[in-house]
Design a binder for this molecule. Sequence first.
Ligand code: SIN
Length: 496
Amino acid sequence: MAPAAPVRTDVLVLGAGLAGLYAALAAARRGAGVLLATKGSLQASNSYMAQGGVAAAVAADDSPADHAADTIAAGRGLCDPAAVGLLVAEGPGRIADLEDLGVRFDRDAAGGYRLGREGGHGRRRILHADGAATGAAVAGALIARVASEPRIRVLEHTAALALAGDGGACTGAWLLGHDELRPARARMTLLATGGAGALFQRTTNPPGAVGDGIAIAYRAGAAVRDMEFVQFHPTALAGGGRAFLISEAVRGEGAHLVDAGGRRFMLGVHPDAELAPRDVVTRTIEALLARGGEAYLDLRHLDRGHVLGRFANLAAGCRRAGLDLAADLIPVAPAAHYLMGGIATDLDGATSIAGLYAVGECAATGVHGANRLASNSLLECFVFSHRAVAHGMAAGVAAAEPGRSPLRPLARAPLADLRRRMWEGAGPVRSEEGLTALLAWLGERADSNPALVAGLIAGAALRRTESRGGHLRSDLPDTDPDQARSTTCPPLHSTV
Ligand code: SIN
């Protein structure tokens, strides 16, 4: 395919979840021309599906210091305190900015925020919009702003095949969309391409979440780190098909986790019981399931009207599965939900390649450590997109010629087999034997983005010879204090 004429822009944003949308608006508001390209539609992102909300210390009885303490405790020794400090300190300002942009967070009759609670948070701290449809509500408001911003050009159904470079700096990307291969040249390129949950058989993520941005950054020579840390959400609806998430917010409103005998099995495991950090709840459920048991969410003791009003979208999802959220026991099991690792960045979202920034789930800023605190991910999108745009626009590289075109679009391998093997070998419970077999299988596959990213996850999981946060090794169940450090994946040869 002969490349089409290059398109020039000040800021190229790849990915249109909340990090990409907010970055595009931040750049446009600073006067930049923005090209926002996304491989699906604007509504196809993982953050569009987010239920829980946005964690921020906005309550009168809360503080950034308390929010930081909960974040660092959940991160199991691997959070970067400086990154966490920025996240919690700048969070309330980003919330105010979102409201200026038209986002309406849920409020009570007196006009105060209606705050929810989720696992690992010491208090109610979660802002939500439209009940448990926060992602769609916030993204909807930002999409409307993007549509009315003349400085932003949107290209939907347009994938980034590779990054373009000049002298070791990133100068844009090769875009494939609408039967056209086209170089985009930019002074600043920002990856906001999301995570990789769809590499696993059971996932709450949309099918496109296969780590494409991480793959193209890694091939270009960017440092990638902490890929073993995948967060498995404890309470996705059990059964086949895509795993429908039952938000942790239901436990924040008092839902219990019970076994087949009706026993609340989190009591005695952790002082916060159902509101323990996510890794603790997932491990407990995995152990129960491994013994042949069953895990259920039980909301039957809660006010039916409140449950159905506050969680209308969850009630509808359960109804589609033949269940009444307020009246039935809801069978749940873990599912891949979030990638804590990703493209290594500094506190301004800058990667190891000049001109290239990464924000949101594809990035590893250090705020999540080995186990993300619930609802910190959306806050991270806003705080670090804002910082990255401010930094990148000040430091932009020259929008040089794009260099050679990628030889061919990268092959898309069939994913069903890979997803099953990832679940078995690198899922919620891992072992040297399973990871070694998985890596041998992956080594024989074509160099597709999913296989590359799957290999990064499995390789990092094999090298981390302990259990910590989201990374659970059945053969090495203890946490090793000597491994309380972030690890970088072995590099490939740079292509920029
Ligand atoms: C949830 O609603 O349980 C998910 C929130 C999150 O992943 O932060």
